[in-house]
Every structure is written in C-alpha cells, then in structure tokens.
Design a protein around this ligand. Structure first.
Ligand SMILES: CC(C)(COP(=O)([O-])OP(=O)([O-])OC[C@H]1O[C@@H](n2cnc3c(N)ncnc32)[C@H](O)[C@@H]1OP(=O)([O-])[O-])[C@@H](O)C(=O)NCCC(=O)NCCSC(=O)C[C@@](C)(O)CC(=O)[O-]
Length: 307
C-alpha cells in the first residue's frame, strides 16, 4: 500500500460556494497561489453551475486563467449538467467532477432532477467526456445520510457507485455531505467497493459536523484509500444540504495523515497563511483544530512542534 496521499483541496469550490460574502476573483487567485505554495497539487477551484443557483461560482471562467500554472498541478471543475461540462471542457479542464445524490429529494433540491434523471445526466456527461478524453470523478453525495430524508442504507451508495463505474466514470468520490457518518459505516460502504474496484479509484469527501471526520478519514486510510478531499480552514458545505457545515479542514487531515506516517507533501505552516487570508475574505473565523493548538502554544511562548 502506498504511503503517498493525494489531498484534493476543495476550499475554493465547496468552501466558498455557500459563504454569505462572495469572495472576489482576485482573492480567489491569491488563495490558490498560497495553497500551491503550501504544497497543494490537486485543487477543485470552480464549478460551472447556474449563477442563479450559486452566484459565488459565477466567475469560474474568469478565475481559471488566473490559477497557478506550475507544473504538476491537477485541477478539477465541478459540473452539474452537460452544459456545465461543456463550459468546463472549453475552459481547459481535463478532469471534471459530477454530482449524483442518493435520494430523489436531494437530487431535486441540488440539481432540479430526480435521482434517475441525475444518474442519466451523469451517464451522458461521462460519455461526452470519454469522447473528449476528459477524466471524470463522480461524487456520490449523501452517501451516509441524505440532508432531507435521513440515513441511507449502505447498499445505495454502493449501487450508484457501480452504475457510475459501469458508465465509465474514472473515479468516484464517496461524500458524507452533512457529516452524519461514522467509521463503521465507512468500513461497511468501502470494504466491498475497494474489493471490487480497487482503493485507487476512490476519493473520500468528509464534513466535520459531528466531530467524526478524522476518525472516518483514518478508517478510509486504513482500508487503503489514498485520495481525500479537504477544505482549508474547514470552509464549506453544500448550499442545498441543510446542516452541511464545513469540510474536514485540510490542515487537520494533513496532520492526521502525516502523524500516522503517510505523506501529503503539504506544509501546515503554509496552510496557516491561506487560512488567514480566507478568514479575512469570508469575514469569519476559520481554522482546524491543529491551528488552534499551534496558536495556543505560541501564546504560551512555545514553538509548536508538530512531529
Ligand atoms: C443543475 C442546474 C443548472 C439546474 O437548474 P435548472 O433551473 O433546472 O436549469 P435549466 O437547464 O432550466 O437552466 C436554467 C438557467 O440556468 C442556466 N444554466 C443551466 N446549467 C448551467 C450551467 N451548468 N452553468 C451555467 N448556467 C447554466 C441555463 O442556461 C438557464 O439560464 P437562463 O436561460 O435562465 O438565463 C442548477 O440546479 C445548478 O446549477 N445546480 C448546482 C447546484 C450546486 O452547485 N450545488 C453545490 C455543488 S454539490 C456539493 O456541494 C456537494 C459535494 C460535491 O461537495 C459533495 C458533498 O458534500 O456531498
């Protein structure tokens, strides 16, 4: 099992999409630069969605050419439908993230589609992307619980994952949208999926609503998952998922993984600078537990020693 982990930074997309303050394009570009300087190599900075649904993402096309172009960076754009896919492809994205939720209600609220319509829409996007040589990652949203209908059986995300792989999705991201899952559920969902498709096909996307994100991330890592989403400072949440608080903070995920011997290539001190700018831009306090601890050490005149 590899000890290298891909951490996909979704702060600029998931993190900023539901902030009451719309962060301007210039600041988003500065945040991206700081993230890359901190060692982040995978970023999901934009979504090509209806500006009426998510005004905070209306600058996706304008932001794209302003993102760092260093070698070795991997960008993903979230797309909710074929139109979004075409916009992302035309903007130059070589990987797109699709969204399929586990219930009719959630798909309806998020995409104005039934579950069946959303699944069929994902299938059309995947087919188009395959023709264009664009890679696809499909989010199975509400994999642990639906924000509207409550807990979902483990068979449901498994079945939708199978359908998306059968359609040709390159990867699947298992998402705990409202942070309602637990490590046992993680194990129950992921074990058969990993056995069937291989751990390297999966991302895990966690929200830390009830404080179990770190335990779930570690459970997934223990099962062999080496790809995670996270959001700097713990920004985030789907605007159409009541109760969705921030994503697992990138700095907490990095601390968890690195302290257990896995390699992320991301520097927590570097992330601190991103969090400072993100907090200023969103006008709210931000930061994971590890940053709180570091600040408390410094307050006592100590240099925080992480490892
Ligand atoms: C899917 C739609 C568009 C359906 O919305 P609709 O109103 O049914 O769409 P429509 O096809 O009737 O079009 C309505 C208008 O939107 C335009 N339009 C249509 N599509 C696009 C597009 N792609 N980009 C830009 N514009 C678009 C279209 O051209 C038209 O413009 P008008 O003629 O009125 O001027 C809408 O519901 C939507 O954009 N939803 C996005 C919702 C969203 O972004 N949610 C958050 C992301 S998911 C998430 O955060 C969860 C995740 C991934 O992080 C994982 C987890 O935690 O679970």
């Amino acid at each position: 099992m590899s000890d290298t982990v891909i951490v996909n930074e979704v702060g600029l997309r998931d993190g900023l999409q539901n902030q009451p303050v719309t962060v301007d394009t210039d600041t988003k570009a500065r945040l991206a630069r700081l993230l890359v300087d901190a060692g982040v190599r995978y970023l999901e900075p934009v979504s090509f969605v209806s500006p009426k649904a998510i005004p905070q993402m209306a600058d996706a096309a304008a932001l794209t050419p302003r993102l760092p172009a260093d070698e070795g960076l991997h960008y993903t754009a979230l797309v909710p439908n074929l139109k979004g896919y075409q916009l992302a492809r035309d903007a130059g994205y070589r990987t797109v993230a699709l969204v399929l939720s586990t219930t009719d209600t959630f798909n309806q609220r998020n995409l104005n589609m039934s579950l069946e319509q959303a699944a069929a829409s994902c299938e059309s996007i995947i087919a188009a992307a395959r023709e264009d040589g664009v890679a696809t990652r499909t989010y199975i949203s509400g994999a642990f619980a639906c924000p509207y209908d409550g807990p979902v059986p483990v068979s449901l995300p498994q079945q939708l994952t199978g359908r998306m792989f059968a359609a040709g999705s390159d990867e699947v991201a298992i998402a705990d949208t409202i942070g309602a899952g637990n490590p046992k559920q993680m194990k129950d969902i992921m074990t058969p999926l990993i056995r069937e498709y291989g751990a390297d096909k999966f991302f895990v996307h966690l929200h830390d609503t009830r404080g179990l994100a770190a335990a779930m991330a570690w459970e997934a890592a223990d099962l062999g998952v080496r790809r995670f989403d996270a959001s700097v400072g713990g920004l985030g949440g789907c605007p159409f998922a009541p109760g969705a608080t921030g994503n697992m903070a990138t700095e907490d995920l990095v601390y968890l993984l690195e302290s257990c011997g896995l390699k992320t290539g991301i520097d927590i001190q570097g992330l601190r600078e991103v969090v400072t700018l993100a907090a200023e831009a969103t006008q709210r306090p931000l930061g994971g537990r590890i940053l709180e601890w570091m600040a408390s050490q410094e307050k006592r005149g100590k240099t925080p020693c992480l490892w």
